[in-house]
Design a protein around this ligand. Structure first.
Ligand code: SF4
Length: 314
């Protein structure tokens, strides 16, 4: 693996709402090496998709730094960001709503080329056909519209469109969660093949730890705007430290009875990020909470091979 391609430092994204400030992402640090896949997991509403979008400045961050290839891109002008967009792309969760229903397959895939390059129509078509082959889309579908295609093919369009400009870094925002289980495996295999062949770096966002396990080198666990644990995927699965990570792992269905990870099954929902609990944000759902947990916020710190934010882990 090479040097850090991307470093995120104390990134925050807050939204003003009628009820107050929504702390969607509240000071996270991440680093991703070139060619590496970092899985970012957590329940729905924990801020992981907002984090992915803030890194790409699709949501303008409130504060922090996003260092890409050594430069803080939050200081980039609009023009500089436009050039950078070729290198930093996103694949969205729901291929149906993220595709313009009035565009056919060719128009959808070639759109980034039209915006960001001066390719001729012939060159664009060549590149579209190449990307259709790479992503396993049959050429006969080139004039088809999204509503004529199944979910797997629609997501292949989303992937082809994200990759057509030869990016280095791609945010995969729940790219398989809207797909049937049988198609999920096909798309995951495609993403892994493409990464091996082209050296892409992924930030792979998912609520599903078993999906993330398949594709990630390292995994970061997020809860209510904060990172609570990060480790390489083997360490995280073999020796989860944070009670929230343990609960997420315990909730994964097991093929063999009696092989579940020890941990309380999660109950209740993620609290509102408008008024997050004081101290540890997981305290209201944590079976191990002590008085200190509601008084002091646990910081992310190194424990063995993991980073963890919990007062009781040593
Ligand atoms: Fe549970 Fe306390 Fe650890 Fe938070 S800090 S996860 S409440 S034990």
């Amino acid at each position: 693996m090479s040097q850090e391609l991307l470093e995120v430092r104390n990134l925050k994204k807050h939204f003003k709402t009628r009820d107050g400030i929504l702390y969607a992402v509240d000071g996270i640090d991440l680093s991703i090496k070139g060619g590496e896949t970092l899985g970012l997991v957590g329940e729905s509403g924990c801020g992981k998709s907002t984090a992915g979008r803030a890194i790409l400045r699709l949501h303008e961050p409130t504060s922090g730094e996003v260092i890409y290839k050594g430069n803080n891109i939050l200081k980039y002008s609009k023009g500089e960001m436009k050039k950078l967009r070729k290198e930093m792309q996103i694949v969205f969760q729901d291929p149906y709503t993220s595709l313009n229903p009035r565009m056919n397959v060719q128009q959808l895939i070639e759109y980034p080329l039209k915006i960001a390059t001066d390719y001729s129509a012939v060159d664009r078509l060549d590149r579209v056909l190449e990307m259709m082959e790479v992503t396993g889309l049959e050429q006969r579908l080139i004039d088809a519209y999204p509503h004529e295609l199944d979910g797997g093919r629609r997501q292949r369009i989303g992937i082809a469109r994200a990759l057509i400009l030869n990016p280095s870094f791609i945010v995969m925002d729940e790219p398989v969660s809207a797909l049937d289980v049988s198609i999920q495996a096909q798309i995951l295999n495609l993403l892994m093949e493409l990464r091996e062949k082209n050296g892409y770096t992924y930030l792979f966002i998912s609520h599903n730890l078993s999906v993330v396990k398949h594709i990630s080198d390292r995994i970061a666990v997020m809860y209510l705007g904060k990172l609570v644990e990060a480790a390489d995927y083997k360490t995280l699965f073999a020796n989860p430290l944070h009670p929230y990570t343990k609960a997420l792992l315990a909730s994964i269905p097991r093929a063999k009875p009696g092989t579940s990870v020890q941990g309380n099954i999660l109950t209740g929902d993620v609290p509102s990020p408008v008024n997050p609990p004081a101290g540890c944000r997981f305290s209201g759902r944590c079976a191990y909470a002590k008085p200190v947990c509601t008084e002091e916020e646990p910081k992310l710190r190194q424990v063995g091979e993991s980073q963890v934010a919990c007062h009781l882990v040593s």
